[in-house]
Design a protein around this ligand. Structure first.
Ligand SMILES: *Cc1c(COP(=O)(O)O)cnc(C)c1O
Length: 242
């Protein structure tokens, strides 16, 4: 196949995938007593070439993308059609990379330490920017995963609520790999409970607007359990090639 026809083929697959994902979001939203507009679809663009990301941005109604790695995003960003679009950082962020990324993203979803929150604050102050963040919760208490322990979340929010130029807008989670829908839904529903509990406390500078959870394999379950944002990669762009 020529490169042109390969690209055309993949463009139409992406278009179709976005249509299907939107339909499933619609149904899941209705099932949880909400509407399609209450749910944001974040397209996860790690390893995806700019030309396919631009197709999703230009032609498929995608308004929000998420990248995992600072270096990868910086190398692609000049080619991306990002006017009036939003970019979130969703991968683990090392403090020494903060300086390079803050000016280029609208939100950092993976804040999991006071040290990181302070570094984001420091770099944002330098460029006079206010940064929205989500707190990543290690909902399955897995050693292999990043995120704040659920039991320490209240204390953590108390500490970072005071830090200037950052604004907590909600929570993010990646639950453990589960065998069944029922199993993964338990983790999502625990997240939703925390989200509501914190919201009810009305803490200073802590806003519970976004609950980011659910990926290609389980975004329907996540929405049914209360997600307001789902992060979908492989079901949208196709299988990742590393
Ligand atoms: C890769 C990734 C996703 C998307 O995963 P898919 O299963 O491909 O949809 C979502 N969230 C985070 C944090 C990721 O790293």
């Amino acid at each position: 196949m020529t490169i042109k026809s390969y690209n055309e083929e993949r463009f139409s697959v992406i278009t179709e995938n976005v249509k299907v994902i939107n339909e499933r979001i619609h149904e899941a939203a209705l099932k949880s007593g909400r509407s399609y507009e209450d749910i944001s679809l974040l397209a996860v663009t790690k390893t995806v070439d700019s030309v396919f990301i631009n197709h999703a941005l230009d032609n498929c109604g995608i308004n929000l993308i998420g990248e995992n790695r600072v270096q990868e995003f910086l190398s692609k960003k000049d080619e991306l059609h990002l006017e009036n679009k939003e970019v979130h950082l969703i991968g683990h962020l090392q403090t020494n990379k903060v300086k390079q990324i803050v000016e280029h993203v609208n939100m950092i979803e993976s804040v999991d330490s006071v040290r990181l929150a302070k570094e984001i604050s420091k770099e944002c102050i330098k460029i006079n920017k206010e940064m929205d963040i989500l707190v990543e919760v290690n909902v399955g208490m897995e050693n292999s995963k990043f995120g704040i322990d659920s039991v320490l979340l209240g204390e953590f929010l108390g500490e970072i609520g005071e830090i200037p130029n950052i604004h907590v807008k909600g929570l993010m989670a990646i639950p453990p790999i589960c065998e069944t829908s029922l199993e993964v839904k338990r983790f999502f529903s625990n997240m939703y409970k925390m989200f509501l509990d914190i919201r009810a406390k009305k803490l200073d500078n802590i806003n519970m607007h976004t609950l980011s959870m659910g990926m290609s394999g389980d975004y329907v379950e996540a929405i049914e359990e209360g997600a307001t944002e789902v992060r979908v990669g492989s079901s949208l762009f196709g299988k990742r090639v590393y």
